[in-house]
Write a protein that binds this ligand. Structure first.
Ligand SMILES: [Ca+2]
Length: 194
């Protein structure tokens, strides 16, 4: 971890390697980085824990903090149709929160740009399914497994088109909503409300 840059002075003065310092911005979620003799340490903002403040204590381990939600990036299922993606999330066991409450995961539904900005850095794909579909004569978006409806819509300028019978919804890079054929394959993210 050290390199000798002072051989001409006859004495080795240890300096830290570039990548072991705060210059690499290792502290996450607004944390402050402090240089130390043998590296750095992160001073976390309230609610965040972990060496790099990577974990919010409001969310289970492995879930991404999203303000009033936690998100699970499903890497085991990189691409799936909408029904498979929804059913995967609906099939997950209830998660025990810090207060002991049990919450059942559902498919992602982004309800504001703050949520999107928190989850976006963790996404492995630009196009991700959200929990909306066309039912009867209208679009319905759900925030949980019980079917609680949300009126939030962030359609892209030319959407929804219902082209060739598009009845499911993705968000694309930037968080805008597009209707797509439910049989197409996109990434899956699950959520719990906290
Ligand atoms: Ca469309």
């Amino acid at each position: 971890m050290y390199s000798d840059v002072s051989s001409e002075a006859g004495a080795a003065i240890p300096i830290k390697l570039f990548n072991a310092t705060c210059y690499s911005h290792p502290c996450l979620n607004g944390a402050t980085c402090f240089e130390e003799l043998d590296g750095y340490s992160c001073f976390c903002l309230g609610g965040f824990i972990g060496i790099h403040c990577e974990q919010n204590e409001a969310c289970p381990v492995g879930w991404v903090y999203g303000h009033t939600k936690c998100f699970l990036i499903v890497n085991s299922l990189p691409n799936a149709n909408w029904t498979t993606a929804r059913d995967l999330c609906y099939g997950l066991d209830a998660v025990t929160m810090g207060n002991g409450e049990m919450v059942e995961p559902s498919l992602l539904f982004i309800e504001n740009m703050e949520e999107y900005s928190l989850v976006q850095p963790h996404l492995n794909a630009d196009w991700v399914w959200v929990n909306c579909n066309f039912v009867g004569t209208t679009w319905k978006c759900y925030t949980d497994r019980e079917g609680t409806l949300s009126d939030y819509r962030n359609w892209d300028t030319d959407q929804p088109q219902q082209r060739n019978g598009e009845k499911c919804v993705v968000i694309i890079s930037g968080g805008r909503m597009h209707d797509r054929l439910c049989t197409r394959s996109y990434a899956t993210v699950c959520q719990i409300n906290i």
